[in-house]
Design a protein around this ligand. Sequence first.
Ligand SMILES: Nc1ncnc2c1ncn2[C@@H]1O[C@H](COP(=O)(O)OP(=O)(O)O)[C@@H](O)[C@H]1O
Ligand SMILES: [Mg+2]
Length: 586
Amino acid sequence: MDDYDLDKKEKIDYKSSFRLIYSLLKPYKKNLYTAFFYLILSTGTSLLIPLLAKYAIDEGIKKKNLKYLLIIMSAYLINTLFFLLMNYLSSMKLIETGQDLILGLKKKLYDHLLNLDIDYYSKNPVGKIMARIQSDTSALYELFTQTVVSIFKDILLFIAIFVIMFYSNAKLAKILLPIVIFIAIIVKIFIDKSSSIFVSVRKIISEISGFISERLNSISTIQTFNKEKQEEETLDKFNIKKFNAALRGEFYSIIFFMTIIMFDPISKALIFAYGGSNVIAGTLSIGALIMFILYVGQLFEPIFMFSEHISIIQKSFSAGHRINNILSTKPRIVNVENPVYLDSFSKSIKFENVHMKYQEDTDWIIRNLSFEIPKGKAIAVAGKTGGGKTTITNILLRFNDYQKGNVYIDGIELKKTNIKSIRKLIGLVQQDIYLFPGTVAENLKLMDKNIDDSRLDYAIKTLELEYFYKKHPLNKKITEKGNNLSQGEKQIISLTRSMVLDQEILCLDEATSNIDPYTERMLTRAIKNMMKHKTVFIIAHRLSTIESADNIIFLHNGEIAEEGTHEELMAKKGHYFKYYSLQTGI
Ligand SMILES: Nc1ncnc2c1ncn2[C@@H]1O[C@H](COP(=O)(O)OP(=O)(O)O)[C@@H](O)[C@H]1O
Ligand SMILES: [Mg+2]
């Protein structure tokens, strides 16, 4: 299976999931101990309540000592206040820890995702990744705040109550032994039956949220093609799947709870009957019997909680597993040891017999490609859609690696350069441009506050875009994804940005296709100005920009079919000529 698949490992790897959870908790050990300490104190106070009841009955009521009774009741109230206070302190500590821990985990995931290759995102829908970050981390939050510490408290509480019962009246306590053993068996059956259901419910939940966010992202396509009904039906199918799985899970939970609930009155009835006979026989005080009954009630609390803990633990292991699937994915394109940091460009970019494909089992997308872009020159690539033009920029910006041949920048093998330095050196203006919500100026500086405004003015002047920026002033607010600008306008901003950032090499990937003639004229002029200052690599549908290139490569099926200047290629009357004629209609 592909390492880039979000669900690359279906089966939960409990060991590495545990390792992840443990590594997350480790730095917070002190906080957890503190929370545990508060919880133990609160448990201790709750254990005093049946004892207080015993004294109230035997020493207060039976001996008609009202003053004693009032003292005990005051103690009971103070005890309760203390119990609440300890519970509050413990919860606060756990929530604080959980929040901190989850924020840290989200940051770690985000950092990791930011460094994965573009290829990862072409294989995994963003919505699905988002769902992972949101729902799986919140599953872990539940674990950290509700279970990790409480489960120890509950186990301790259970043992403590049993010890107290045996200590105060072993004969009565023994009656409960078979019941407890029976309950243990039921808990075991419940865990076995429900674990796989919990896992599948979680999977469906994340599928659903992934599905919804994907569709909302492509809402205009859905509405244009009237696909609303079909999408609704698909979602319905998901929901039914979730409903059925959740229902089965709930069924086991309910059966489990009913069984446990049933044992509560059974245990109490047994104790009442047997203990009551002891009271009649005079071997047990009525207060001691009431105390015992109250302890039985308390004994069932940790048992109830246990099933809750189990379900959270199950969820967390599956969440941890899925988080691990992301964290264990290594980017494929990484720096070699001691990469060369290219902070300037002085000679040329050279492709030498480059072969490239995206998947192992397909044919070459780029075949035996050789060409050179000398510094300061403009090289254009033309060719049919799907011919491999964008792939060349993907190689150059190291979004994808080539398999055969070589690429050199200033004589240094591309794969031996520092990836960040390459991306700093080479600007990319694509057809589809993402702008961040913020002002035009902020976008031109790519959110780098250290860039001086004079650089913006210089870039605008050099590219002769004064008129454009009068219409779209630097303080204009750009909305989400740059939706309040047309595609051509976004391209102009993106081009200016590259000039502001002073990138030595500029790749224009079909920057001039699909835009209105007016914007195109402005953009074309800006590109021509850019060519005077920088090295430009143009991929274009529109020939208006290609014409002025120093050299043109016509790509056909990933291979160079023709190469030369515009005049040379036109005279040849080959591929380029045909392509040009189709566009201009001559
Ligand atoms: N990420 C990818 N994974 C697999 N195949 C891809 C990927 N990107 C592009 N391709 C394929 O590579 C070929 C060339 O694509 P591309 O370089 O984008 O063409 P062009 O830019 O010339 O239109 C196409 O057949 C396309 O389907
Ligand atoms: Mg393309």
